[in-house]
Design a protein around this ligand. Structure first.
Ligand code: GLN
Length: 536
């Protein structure tokens, strides 16, 4: 294969401009032209990974097949590219320093003083090039977290400077920036972008492409001005207008020719157009649903919707498959009680109880499950949501009133959810859960088997507690079946209630595997069941 090409994406002016979506959109366009592309995120914080972060800090923690706990942007990369990513796709400052310090302790630096330049920047470089060196990718897109000018982002920007020098035409810098609209004067303003590019230039990095987030169209005049002040070609000033959905962004970027400008910059041929036919169909269906349904999403982090990013996106994908707009009713599990549960859930078509940790809000989740079970409301419980369903069944059907998970009540006589054996010796919290892809064997004549149309599946995990198999027989006799089991350990991965129209609890996280090209079958079936419920 010819040299791997590298694209760096930096951000300026403010955070939350959507670097992840722009990177994913560019990658999707290049992929649709036939290139093999991967995207990597470099995060400037000192945590080794976001696994130990509270969702309020950082939104959802995304999990890869190989069990890496990563930034939620990796979810976008996978949803846009329909390609699994891995540990190598997300690197934090913490991990960089950890590696360098381990090398220092081993004596690898042969008596040298260990410094940010070259040791930290070399390690960052290694992590960037590692993806190229797999030989799997023609183009590696590296998104630099944070905003230029941040103290903690400096070593990354310095690494980009060094790599530009080393790689020459094999690399390109895209700078994402904001063109604010001042309502007082009714104008778009380019000055913040000029300053942000200057900051980048002060670090020795000249961007090749400016992607400009804006509420309104950029005039040619404005593009000319930006090109002049920022040393880029006018065709490389790309307008990125606010979109109806993130899934529209690749199409907007295509109409601005972002892919073409990028290929030119990398010295790659620009003939033809990316084939976005299927993507366009998806967006068309997304914009033109036939009907609407309402799904209740019960969780305790709902003040920050990003905490449930992959679930929300999976529901959107499944909505498109079913030609239905899925409206989410956010339900705060801490606010649910026996007295008010009906108020919160009464006109729903389906109920999804989300993953989570710890006692706060857990009783509310159990109340929500009870409502769904008793009222034939389609139910999907994910991870802690599945565990809540098991506990609810134990308390209200098996009549074990004290049933609980040992995560919440160590002293219960009916710990129907209990700490996994291998977790008992764990003391460190970081990276020690049961993580990543595991197999699961599905029972004949179950919803799961019907939905997946296969007997063996692989799904991703992130948990410490499990269904307590000592009680399995009691549950099965009482009508809750274990329909998915890990073939090696016997661990229960799926529970269903065959008497209920659609009641499925999964120990794994199907939401991590739903993509635009392959909406997840479990979400598709859940939305379909909700649609049926709605028609009744
Ligand atoms: N807290 C539960 C466990 O660790 C569920 C985890 C989750 O929902 N991701 O098993």
């Amino acid at each position: 294969m010819a040299n791997t090409k590298y694209i760096f994406v930096t951000g300026g002016v403010t955070s939350s401009l959507g670097k992840g979506i722009v990177s994913s959109s560019l990658a999707a366009l290049l992929q649709a032209r036939g290139y093999s592309v991967t995207i990597q995120k470099l995060d400037p914080y000192i945590n080794i990974d976001p696994g130990t972060l509270n969702p309020y800090e950082h939104g959802e923690c995304f999990v890869t097949d190989d069990g890496a706990e990563t930034d939620l942007d990796l979810g976008h990369y996978e949803r846009f590219l329909n390609r699994p990513s891995s540990q190598a796709n997300n690197v934090t400052t913490g991990r960089i320093y950890q590696t360098v310090i381990e090398k220092e302790r081993r004596g690898d630096f042969l008596g040298k003083t260990v410094q940010v330049i070259p040791h930290i920047t070399d390690e960052i470089k290694n992590r960037i090039k590692k993806l190229g060196e797999t030989g799997e990718f023609e183009i590696v897109i590296t998104e630099i977290g944070g905003t230029v000018g941040d103290i903690e982002a400096l070593p990354y920007i310095e690494t980009v400077r060094q790599l530009r020098w080393e790689l020459g035409d094999d690399c390109l810098v895209v700078h994402l920036t904001l063109i604010p609209f001042l309502s007082a004067t009714g104008e778009l303003k380019t000055k913040p972008t000029q300053h942000s590019v200057k900051t980048l230039q002060e670090s020795g990095v000249q961007p090749d492409i400016l992607v400009c987030r804006t509420e309104y169209a950029l005039s040619d005049d404005m593009k000319r001005k930006l090109a002049l002040f920022c040393n880029v070609k006018q065709e490389a000033v790309i307008e990125s207008r606010d979109a109806f959905s993130i899934y529209e962004v690749p199409l907007l970027m295509q109409s601005e020719k972002l892919d073409e400008v990028a290929l030119k910059g990398l010295g790659l041929p620009t003939v033809g157009e990316p084939d976005m036919t299927r993507w366009k169909e998806f967006v068309h269906k997304l914009k033109n649903p036939v009907t609407e349904i309402k799904i209740g999403l019960v969780g305790k982090y709902i003040e920050l919707k990003d905490s449930y990013k992959s679930i929300v996106e999976s529901l959107i994908h499944a909505g498109v498959s079913n030609r239905v707009k899925v409206n989410i009713q956010w339900i705060h599990s801490e606010k649910l009680s026996v007295e008010n549960v009906n108020e919160y859930v009464k006109d729903l078509d389906g109920l999804l109880v989300a993953p989570g940790f710890g006692q706060r809000g857990f009783e509310g989740k159990i109340k929500a499950v009870q409502y769904a079970r008793e009222n034939d409301l389609p139910f999907l419980g994910i991870c802690f949501g599945m565990q809540a369903a098991v506990i609810e069944y134990a308390r209200n059907v098996l009549n074990w009133k004290d049933a609980n998970t040992s995560e919440v009540d160590e002293n219960s006589k009916h710990k129907v959810i209990d700490l996994m054996e291998e977790q008992k010796k764990v003391t460190d919290m970081g990276g020690t859960m049961r993580l990543g892809a595991c197999d699961c064997e599905l029972s004949e004549r179950s919803i799961s088997r019907e939905v997946y149309k296969r007997s063996m599946i692989s799904e991703r995990h992130r948990h410490r507690f499990e269904f307590n198999s000592n009680f399995k027989e009691d549950f099965e006799k009482a009508g809750m079946k274990a329909t998915g089991v890990n073939p090696e350990t016997g661990l229960v991965e799926i529970v269903e209630i065959p008497k209920h129209p659609w009641f499925v609890g999964v120990q794994f996280h199907p939401e991590y595997k739903s993509t635009v090209a392959n909406p997840h079958p479990l979400f598709e079936a859940f939305v379909e069941a909700a649609l049926t419920h709605n028609k009744k």
